[in-house]
Design a protein around this ligand. Sequence first.
Ligand code: MN
Length: 733
Amino acid sequence: MSKIDKVKEDKEILNKYRNLLRACSDKTNKEDKKIIRKAFNLSVDAHKEMRRKSGEPYIYHPIAVAHISAKEIGLGATSIVCALLHDVVEDTDYEIEDIKRLFGPKVSKIIEGLTKISDVFDQDISLQAENFRKMLLTLSDDVRVILIKLADRLHNMRTLDSMPTHKKLKISSETLYLYAPLAHRLGLYPIKTELEDLGLKHTKPNEYRNISQKLKETKEERNKYIRKFIRPIKSVLKAREFAFEIKGRPKSIYSIRKKMDNQRIDYDHVFDKFAIRIIIDTPLEREKSDCWRVYSFVTDFYKPNPDRLRDWISTPKSNGYESLHTTVMGPDGKWVEVQIRTRRMDDIAEKGYAAHWKYKNQNPKESSLDNWIGKIRELLENPESNAIDFIDDFKLNLFSSEIFIFTPNGDLKTLPKKATALDFAFEIHSDVGAHCLGAKVNGKLVPLSYELTSGDQVEIITSIKQKPKKDWLRFVVTARAKSKIKSSLKEEKKEIAKTGKEIAERKLRHLKVKLDRKTETELIKFFNTHTSLDLYYNFGTGYIINSQIKEFVKAKNAGWYETIKQKIYSRSKSIYKESRVKKIIVFGEEEEVLQYKLANCCNPIDGDSIFGFTTVEDGIKIHKEDCPNSIQLRSNFSYRILKATWVDKEQIDFIATINIKGIDRLGLINSVTKIISSQMNVNMRAISINSNDGVFEGEITLFVHNVAVLNSLTKKLKNVDGVTKINRTYKHI
Ligand code: MN
């Protein structure tokens, strides 16, 4: 390492500080500058012995974060103070109390938020997820915490080069996974783009280098083309006395690579490598008409592609983005994207939330960004959702672009792409969702799972008798619908367990056994249900049948429990358990049955907390939650982690298909469906019946709990008058 020149460094620190003051001069007064100076002095002192990985004085980092907060996000004095102090409590001897005493409660609250969510790179994903959740929770306190956090992340990404490779990968993956989408969601487009480009640079260095090299090589040619393209537009805008600015901007390396990937094309075939942006200065009340005037001038010269017109002026995106986009045929037969917007819209697109705030009072339109933050808050306050589920749901809402749906009254609702009629019902109200029977889309009747498209007008049909079904989780996509359905299913399970307990009491009384606490414990062990809720639920659904109850009483009377008590409490599986219960692992929320292998490094056994990891060559491997490899797997490849749970083999739901043949007669279908629906907790998924020349043939798809239920059902169906043949097939779901 070269010798440290203290004098030169101190000069450089002051230089950087002066730059910072210049960057925020337009929104700070004398008082502000005083307190910024105070924060700067404290930070310099607190970090004076510390250096970054690159060898630079640590204080460069907080100054840079403050600079980004001021210049690139447009934040004010309080945020600059907080950015300067953001690592002080975390890394030095100062306590949050000191900050409060010196800078007041507002600053200390933000610093506290920043400290709480400070990077836990060396923790596993559940902690990271929990932290991320905390970070979003602070949205309800102060959105500045997140904005400063993004500035912090951006500077760390800019200075990632001095980190060892495995850290680079970890930090970059996390950035691409969480922070870039978050920046996008908050409408900070330039920051989102830079985070993505830097993320790509460190995760796929070769691809990044190739594309950036090619962009450089073709720069001259591209600029020439852009000049040629905008020349006629410029002269007409001048003639009409518009105040305007026109920019030709290359698309980001990340987005070019994404296009190459998605469309499986090489660099030369990506047609829109740049976009033209026309920014006009115009008063608020003339914004819309003036943007469309500009559109009309542009399309006087160049033919537009009608499929590529995007009007985010009439309906802004929910992150606040407003702009008019079109793609036109430019000189030499090349498609060119043109973005038309006002200065105000451009400010919001560039600076996101902060700018949005600035214009809020001028613009009476309801703010959809505030709506979004409201939704996030609602989700976070739902105690049912665990952190990892939350991240998944949240990401879903981040990545998918949006669709706009109308209510019968013409009100507009924003939903993520792929949202179904049922999602829309939950969007209106959780009661409407819970009782949703069907929907009419543009006047036509559709199933609940119907995928909506932008512009649909949707009317929801409800019924008091309807209630949420497990099956619904298959096709809803919004986090809101998911969490409401889950909590309602839990309620239903409790209801069934309540009846189940009464059944158990009655049946045991018949066999002269009293259902007291001791019997309950024995039942739980005997049927291996872990909780009394599961036990009584199994009674309620008829999963535990009479012969098994008799078997239990016999064992109980023979003193079974006393003799094996010891074994139960030892960790090793008792012989009894082994012979009765076969456990298997299922994956994800849907408890999917997939092929898997147990990992050699930690050899999980039944009862361990586990997770699945998708390997490149060897399918899914199961690791223990506390496996020594888990930290590394989870932070580097979080997208390859699967939620995994042990379940009793017999308890998984099946999809069963029953084929029925018979002689057609009046009322036959009615009898068949009546038997199915009267069977408790058997859900019919689909039914199709054909009747031809007096012969009837039907196919019914059902969800059943286990084979025993299916057997008793087919037995009953066989007894229906006219049914001659029943075949069935089933598979795990
Ligand atoms: Mn930091």
